[in-house]
Ligand binder design. Structure first.
Ligand code: SIN
Length: 486
């Protein structure tokens, strides 16, 4: 059955370029991961469509940048209101193309909208500085100006929030943008564009190009000198390619890449709170987030109790089609994700790990994986090094604070880290010692529009959300005016 919405016209079937909806000779079939059914067909954009989106963004830039920050903020505020007003339709579109449970989809619309709201306010706060002059009769100031035309490449796991976290600060700053959403989840992006147009975002300011050829879109962005900034969320491998390709033009870059988050439970932790936090962190979006806990380090004195309680909680999670109310774990995005996750689990079990619960494909269907807890996992197993991106929690045992901090940091990634402890000295010591852009203490989630999100090491650089997210789209210009006393 086709997807039923209150506003059926939010379901679009082509890229949005210069306020026109494009058609094409070939289509992308958007599949529902819960059933394999086709949700919609969307025109597959070619290289010339991407170039024409850059033309539109370049043409729109001077007048958008010339608007007052207050005017841009007011348009963004209307976009926020429209996204919230259409939350239910947007959540249904998201569940149909991405598979996450309805409750999580609604939460993502709120989360995604929060970036638009935040930057509708922050637009007016792109403050510069005035410096005490060092030269008589001189004036020294720093002003912030929009970077220009920006490209964004966004993933399928958060089809709304990863777009608004880039587009809202870009537009607030006075930049124009071309977004390339994942070809697996283009419908949410296109619905957002429709609402942006209704909010008054002018022609060419926000463009969405849907293409099955991500490498081609990346190349067109990187090879066009008019694109002054590229913001990417996705794998570290692709991030490195985009960096290389952008070197020629020295484009500004923001890279939100992979993670391998440790989740540490110290001996002074509140164990029930830690279990609840572990479930929240690991099983959000069926484990398909860059900040999901990937390695659980449990102090030896709590290990058995934690493992038993955690396994009970995980076994109780309701797996099914995300469109059904009450489902907590939906399908994985595609068949190859199941192969990857099961490969990691099987290899660990062969090497001596034990599946306390789960460990196999779920009876609900071939694209569903059983929520899994593995014990007796060791640092040398592949599952300790790679981002699992699925509903699998490997448990490791540790004895001392120094050892566990060393193990937690023994990864090329550095996006998020979690730990549970009550001792105030330990809380501060460990938070300082962990090598990651985000540290979350005594909670299983931290994401918000008000605080900076981003990583270190191979998890990338640049920050999204918060006041720092606006700076990613602004150039700082120093203006020195001399001879003012004449
Ligand atoms: C991500 O997985 O990249 C985003 C998660 C979040 O924003 O909380």
């Amino acid at each position: 059955m086709s997807l039923q919405l209150k506003r059926q016209d939010l379901l679009k079937n082509g890229s949005y370029v210069g306020a026109r909806w494009l058609t094409s000779e070939s289509d992308i079939s958007v599949l529902n991961p819960a059933s394999g059914d086709e949700v919609a067909r969307v025109a597959d954009a070619a290289a010339h469509d991407v170039s024409s989106a850059i033309d539109c963004a370049a043409t729109a830039f001077p007048s958008w940048a010339a608007k007052t920050a207050k005017e841009r903020g007011q348009i963004l505020r209307k976009w926020f209101d429209l996204v919230i007003a259409h939350k239910e339709d947007l959540a249904r579109i998201m569940v149909a193309e991405q598979g996450k449970p309805m409750a999580e989809a609604r939460a993502e619309i709120d989360y995604g909208a929060s970036f638009i709201e935040w930057y509708s306010e922050e637009a007016k706060r792109a403050y510069g500085d005035v410096y005490p002059t060092t030269v008589e009769g001189g004036r020294m100031e720093a002003v912030k100006q929009p970077v220009g035309v920006c490209g964004a490449i966004t993933p399928w796991n958060f089809p709304v929030a990863m777009i608004t976290r880039k587009a809202a600060p870009a537009l607030a700053a006075g930049c124009t943008m071309i977004v390339k959403p994942s070809e697996l989840t283009p419908l949410s992006a296109l619905a957002l564009a429709e609402l942006a147009e209704e909010a008054g975002v002018p022609q060419g300011v926000l463009n969405i190009v849907v293409s099955s050829d991500s490498a081609m879109v990346g190349q067109v962005f990187c090879n066009d000198a008019r694109v002054r900034k590229l913001s990417f969320t996705g794998s570290t491998r692709v991030g490195k390619i985009l960096m290389e390709q952008s070197a020629q033009d020295l484009k500004r870059l923001s890279m939100e890449l992979g993670g391998n988050a440790p989740f540490i439970v110290f001996e002074d932790a509140d164990i029930d709170a830690a279990v609840a936090g572990a479930v929240a962190s690991k099983f959000r979006n069926a484990g398909q987030t860059c900040v999901c806990a990937n390695r659980f380090y449990i102090h030896k004195t709590l290990y058995d109790e934690f493992a038993a309680k955690f396994s009970d909680a995980v076994s109780a999670l309701r797996v099914g089609n995300g469109a059904e109310e009450g489902v907590e774990i939906g399908p994985l995005i595609e068949a190859k994700a199941i192969d990857k996750v099961h490969g990691l689990v099987s290899e660990a079990v062969e090497a001596g790990a034990y599946a306390l619960c789960g460990g196999a494909v779920h009876d609900y269907g071939a694209q569903y994986y059983q929520p899994t807890v593995l014990t007796d996992v060791t640092q040398d197993m592949r599952i300790a090094r790679e981002e699992i991106f699925g509903p699998v929690a490997p448990l490791f045992k540790f004895s001392t604070e120094d050892d566990v901090v060393a193990m937690a940091n023994q990864t090329e990634y550095g996006l998020a880290s979690y730990f549970y402890a009550r001792d105030v000295g330990r809380v501060h010591r460990v938070a300082q010692a962990l090598h990651s852009g985000i540290v979350c203490v005594n909670a299983g989630g931290f994401s918000t529009e008000v605080a900076p999100f981003g990583g270190v090491k191979h998890s990338g650089f640049g920050r999204e959300a918060s006041r720092y997210g606006l700076d990613e789209y602004l150039d700082l210009k120093y203006v020195f005016v001399a001879d003012l006393n004449r």
